[in-house]
Design a binder for this molecule. Structure first.
Ligand code: NDP
Length: 402
C-alpha cells in the first residue's frame, strides 16, 4: 500500500468555507484543440468547492483510503524541521501544486528512497529538480491544460489593469478621493498597441485569441511556429527570437515554462532592448525575470508597469522587492487555482493516480519525466536540468502551516 504525501496551501484565515459565492461552475466539455478533460472513473467532490487547500485535500481521501493507501496532507513544506521533510523517508507518491510548491531538490530525493511518482496538481513542474527526478527514476506528471484558460484570463485582466491604471484608481476610491487627474496621468487605451507573447503554447495562444478583440497588433515568438491558418486568423507577426519581438512591443506577456533555457531571460540586457514605457505581464514563472532588474526598470521608467502572479521563491518573503516596487500589479500565485480550475486539476490528479495504481499508462500530455528521461509534454517543452536553486529563501515566509 502506498503513502501519498500531499502538500497544499493553507485554508482561508476565516476557516474552510461553509458556503460559496456561486452555486455552480460551468461544465467545460473539451479544451481548445480537442484535448479531453480529465476522465477519472469517479470523483468525490463537487466542482466549485475549495479543493486546493489543506482541508480540501484535492478530494482524494475517500478514494485513496478505500484502496488502503495512506494520505498525509500538509502545508508545512519548507525548512529542515518541516512536516514534508519528516514524512519523506517512507513516502511513495508526492503531490504538490505550483501555487505553494513543495520544492523537490536532489537532497530531498535522496531522503525519499521509496519515492516513485511526483504529481503536479496544476501545470509547471519547475519546482522539481527534473535532473534529479531522472537520476532517481521518479516519474513526474502534471495536469496539462487544466488551468491554461484560467491563466489566460488573468493575463488579459492584468494587461488591462496596468495599461488603464486600474489599481491606483481603485485605491483612490477606497481612500475617499475623486482624483481624476491622479488616476489618468498613467492611463492609456490598449487599442492600437503592439502586444507580444513569449511562447504561444496553450496559454500564450489563448491570450492571443482573447486579445484579438481589442484591435491590437499581435506578435509572438516560440521554438515552433504556429500553423499558417492560425497566423492568418489572428494576423500574427512571428519573431524568431525574443529580442526582436520585445523591441517592437508595448506589452509583453510571458507564457513559456521555466527551465534552464528561460531562467532570467528578462534581465537588464533584455529589458534595455524594450521600448521605454513598455509593460511586462508574467504569469509563467517568477524566475524567468531577474527580480532586481525588474524593480530597477520600474524605478527608472524603462518599464511603465509589471504584473503577474508568479514569484521566486514561493511563498515570497515579506521583504520581496516585488511587493513594494512602483507601478506593479502583483497577486500571489492564484491565476491557475480559481475554483473552476481546481475541479479540473483535482480530477486530473485522480486520473493520474488511478492509472498509476492500475498499471495503466498516464496520458502522454501529462508526462514530464518517465523511465529516466524527459517524456511526453516534458520532452516537448522543457530542457533537462534544475531551476530550483535559491528555493531555501521560501523558509523566510512563516504562516500558520500545519
Ligand atoms: P505549453 O506547454 O502549452 O506551452 C509552453 C510553450 O512554451 C510551448 O509552446 C513551448 O515551445 C514554449 N517554450 C518553451 N521554451 C521556450 C523558449 N525558450 N522560448 C520560447 N518558447 C518556449 O504550456 P502552457 O501554455 O499550458 O503553460 C506555460 C507555462 O505557464 C507553464 O509551464 C507554467 O510555468 C505557467 N503556468 C502558470 C500558471 C499560473 O497559475 N500562473 C498555471 C499554468 C501554467 P514548444 O513546446 O513548442 O517547444
Amino acid at each position: 500500500m502506498a503513502k501519498v504525501l500531499c502538500v497544499l496551501y493553507d485554508d482561508p484565515v476565516t476557516g474552510y468555507p461553509q458556503s460559496y459565492a456561486r452555486d455552480s461552475v460551468p461544465i467545460i466539455k473539451t479544451y481548445p484543440g480537442g484535448q479531453t478533460l480529465p476522465t477519472p472513473r469517479s470523483i468525490d467532490f463537487k466542482a466549485g468547492q475549495l479543493l486546493g487547500s489543506v482541508s480540501g485535500e484535492l478530494g482524494l481521501r475517500k478514494f485513496l483510503e478505500s484502496l488502503g493507501h495512506q494520505l498525509v496532507v500538509t502545508s508545512d513544506k519548507d525548512g529542515p524541521n518541516s512536516r514534508l521533510e519528516k514524512e519523506l523517508a517512507d513516502t511513495d507518491i508526492i503531490i504538490s501544486q505550483p501555487f505553494w510548491p513543495a520544492y523537490l531538490t536532489e537532497e530531498r530525493f535522496a531522503k525519499a528512497p521509496k519515492l516513485k511518482l511526483a504529481i503536479t496538481a496544476g501545470i509547471g513542474s519547475d519546482h522539481i529538480d527534473l535532473q534529479a527526478a531522472i537520476k532517481h527514476g521518479v516519474t513526474v506528471a502534471e495536469v496539462s491544460y487544466s488551468n491554461s484558460i484560467s491563466v489566460s484570463e488573468h493575463v488579459v485582466m492584468m494587461i488591462l489593469s496596468l495599461v488603464r491604471n486600474y489599481i491606483p484608481s481603485y485605491q483612490w476610491v477606497i481612500k475617499g478621493g475623486w482624483n481624476i487627474a491622479d488616476c489618468v496621468q498613467r492611463s492609456y487605451d490598449l487599442e492600437g498597441m503592439d502586444v507580444g507573447t513569449v511562447a504561444a503554447g496553450r496559454i500564450g495562444l489563448a491570450v492571443l485569441r482573447r486579445l484579438k478583440a481589442f484591435d491590437v497588433k499581435l506578435h509572438y515568438t516560440d521554438r515552433y511556429r504556429l500553423s499558417p491558418e492560425i497566423e492568418k486568423e489572428l494576423n500574427l507577426t512571428f519573431h524568431t527570437d525574443v529580442e526582436s519581438m520585445v523591441k517592437v512591443c508595448d506589452v509583453v506577456t510571458i507564457n513559456c515554462p521555466l527551465h534552464p533555457e528561460t531562467e532570467h531571460m528578462f534581465d537588464d540586457r533584455m529589458i534595455a532592448k524594450m521600448k521605454r514605457g513598455a509593460y511586462i505581464i508574467n504569469t509563467a514563472r517568477g524566475k524567468i525575470c531577474d527580480r532586481d532588474a525588474i524593480a530597477r526598470a520600474l524605478e527608472s521608467g524603462q518599464l511603465a508597469g509589471y504584473a503577474g502572479d508568479v514569484w521566486f521563491p514561493q511563498p515570497a518573503p515579506q521583504n520581496h522587492i516585488w511587493r513594494t516596487m512602483p507601478h506593479h500589479g502583483m497577486t500571489p500565485h492564484v491565476s491557475g487555482t480559481s475554483l473552476s480550475a481546481q475541479a479540473r486539476y483535482a480530477a486530473g490528479t485522480r486520473e493520474i493516480l488511478e492509472c498509476w495504481f492500475e498499471g495503466r499508462p498516464i496520458r502522454e500530455e501529462y508526462l514530464i519525466v518517465d523511465k529516466g528521461h524527459l517524456a511526453g509534454a516534458g520532452a516537448h517543452s522543457y530542457s533537462t536540468g534544475n531551476a530550483t536553486s535559491g528555493w531555501e529563501e521560501a523558509t523566510k515566509f512563516r504562516t500558520g502551516t500545519r
